[in-house]
Design a binder for this molecule. Structure first.
Ligand code: SER
Length: 595
């Protein structure tokens, strides 16, 4: 294998796809522009969602880029061999252009012919199918043909070149919904021993490394339903750091060329060795420089809060390494030097970035001092200090457990019930996870009275549209706030002024009739007979809720839904269509209000 540098590798990638008709597009900023569903861009496809859904991309149907991404998951767990908070994703896309055959062939050509990976060590995973979506036989055949070209007879099955998995492994889409589909991942065998009998390419032990993923976006997820998208897109993504680690023959992503000088500096500053802490500092400070570059400042909420946690966690690990003086500025400076040719804004905003990080470190140090004083006070008062107290000191003042223990030890005091620290930490994490889920689902968890009304109004709108426009209409997307409803549906043209009136009148007539809303729980099969236009969905259990507006024998609307809804639609007031938009090929959007 040839030893290419980090920068050479991504340049080769862009070049290869450019030579194959792709336009190079820039990386988007880390903070999503119009989408509150995630805090940071976490995959190359994210900024392309409107285009995957059918909007025409000004740069064409074949695109390629490198996208800076942030994935925090549980920040407190980041720091193993293969995960980085901030990383670069290689991405190429076909917007309703080429599909499985070309996509997989391009991927293999790039890895084998351009980068020199050994085809004998390459494995593929494909979607095995489930009750709603068929197995991906096309990809299996494409892979077989590719291996055959290299005189390898590829079989499908456990331990074979091609392995099949279910949705967990071989399906990709954002939790919040949008374009999605089965995927086919490509793995490389590092030559390590298998960790167990069961070890296969999807195992995380490090024997097989995932180097890329082709997602075949033919579906669209809305709420719990998965519908055909009506387009065949390809979304390839590959984590640059992992690919580089493999090519440079190092065991973990932190040993690749671009990180070396940063890691070196951390080691120099530290008094003790602790691999994990060193890596966390490299990763988090690098992430902080990118995030600040994209306009975020440390704060108490949203992106700013994540940034603050990253910087503070790096500082805490600095303390673990015995670094006593301020150090983040120096590390950030090297991070900027390393990445400034890739993200040119790093250099332009260098001073501001360094100052922000340095100030946050000072602020945190002051808080830590308060925490120390609080601890001293308790020691003086001879209070018992247990794990839960240690957690509160950590939570409020950022005082790490180890520091608390050290101080107690110096005074020959024992920390009581140390386990309580971890218990409290766990409880806290669960709590913040639940809050952030609620916060970022945007709309879905909103059960305010107005949103409930708009939810019911959306059912009325769909029923009216089907009567006025025809049976091809179904819900392709919906978004509700307490101020309005937004509804996407397939239709070639916008509604004419007459049709708008007709739909509004139909809805308002029902409201005047004071129809009742009711539901029953029925067998999924029966529900789908009654509501053939409902999206079949893998996530509904066997029993689903059917919502009726009007008498059950002859309802104005019937839909599979989880609610909530008003009990009687008389409460809705007057329904008015405010706006119509085009949102993609053959998809129209209506915004409507209740007055
Ligand atoms: N979106 C897919 C992923 O993140 C492929 O780009 O793996």
């Amino acid at each position: 294998m040839s030893e290419f540098s980090y920068k050479q590798i991504y340049k080769k990638y862009l070049e290869f796809f450019k030579d194959n008709g792709h336009t190079i597009i820039p990386s988007s900023p880390l903070v999503p522009e119009n989408d509150p569903s995630v805090l940071f861009v976490n995959a190359g496809m994210f900024p392309l969602i409107p285009f995957l859904q059918g909007q025409k991309h000004p740069q064409g149907k074949r695109l390629v880029n490198i996208q800076r991404c942030i994935r925090t998951g549980d920040i407190d767990e980041v720091g193993d061999d293969y995960h980085c908070t901030a990383f670069i994703m290689l991405g190429n896309w076909s917007l309703n252009d080429y599909f499985k055959k070309e996509a997989i062939n391009y991927t293999v050509q790039f890895f084998v012919e351009k980068l020199g990976l050994d085809i004998n060590k390459i494995y593929a995973s494909v979607f095995q199918g489930d009750e709603n979506i068929p197995a991906d036989e096309v990809s299996i055949n494409v892979w077989k043909e590719i291996f055959a070209k290299y005189n390898i007879e590829a079989k499908v099955g456990k331990d074979e070149k091609i392995q099949q998995f279910g949705k967990k492994e071989n399906w990709w889409g954002l939790e919040s919904g949008g374009p999605c589909g089965p995927d086919s991942e490509i793995f490389y065998d590092t030559g390590k021993e298998k960790c167990s009998e069961e070890c296969n390419i999807s195992c995380n032990c490090g024997k097989y490394v995932e180097i890329g993923n082709n997602v075949f976006m033919e579906y669209f997820k809305q709420g719990n339903s998965v519908l055909p998208l009506g387009r065949h897109n390809v979304d390839f993504g590959g984590g640059l750091e992992r690919i580089v680690a493999l090519l440079q023959n190092v065991e973990n992503v932190y040993d690749i060329d671009i990180y070396k000088p940063i890691l070196q500096k951390v080691k120099e500053l530290g008094k003790t060795d602790n691999e994990k802490s060193e890596r966390i500092i490299v990763d988090h400070i690098k992430a902080a420089t990118w995030i600040i570059m994209d306009g975020v400042q440390p704060s108490r909420s949203q992106q700013g809060y994540i940034l603050r946690r990253l910087i503070r966690r790096a500082i805490r690990h600095g303390k673990k390494l015995g670094i006593e003086r301020e150090f983040t500025r120096e590390i950030a400076d090297i991070c900027i030097t390393q990445f400034k040719d890739i993200w040119t804004n790093l250099e332009q905003q260098k001073e501001e970035i360094l100052k922000t990080i340095e100030e946050e470190e000072r602020k945190f140090n002051r808080t830590l001092e308060q925490g120390l004083r609080e601890l001293e006070k308790r020691i003086k008062r001879e209070e018992e200090i247990n794990g839960k107290d240690a957690f509160l000191l950590y939570e409020t003042y950022g005082l790490p457990l180890e520091v608390t223990e050290e101080i107690l030890e110096e005074k020959n005091i024992k920390l009581q019930s140390r386990d309580l620290f971890f218990q409290a930490e766990k409880e806290h994490q669960e709590k913040s996870r639940t809050t952030s889920q609620g916060m970022f689902k945007a709309g879905l968890t909103d059960t305010s009275e107005m949103s409930t009304k708009y939810h019911t109004a959306s059912h009325l709108l769909l029923a009216a549209l089907r009567r006025v426009l025809g049976d091809h209409v179904y819900q392709k997307g919906s978004n509700i706030t307490p101020e309005r409803l937004r509804f996407d549906f397939p239709n070639e043209t916008k509604l004419s002024p007459e049709q708008v009136k007709e739909v509004e009148n139909l809805v308002n007539e029902q409201i005047k009739k004071k129809l009742e809303v009711s539901f029953e729980e029925v067998d999924k099969k029966k529900a789908l007979e009654l509501v053939p236009f409902a999206a079949f969905t893998e996530k509904y259990g066997d029993i689903v809720k059917l919502y009726y507006i009007g008498p059950k024998e002859n309802p104005f609307s019937i839909e599979i839904c989880n609610g909530p809804h008003v009990e009687n639609i008389e409460k809705l007031g007057n329904f008015k269509i405010q706006k119509q938009e085009n949102v993609g090929a053959g998809v129209k959007r209506i915004k409507a209000i209740l007055e």
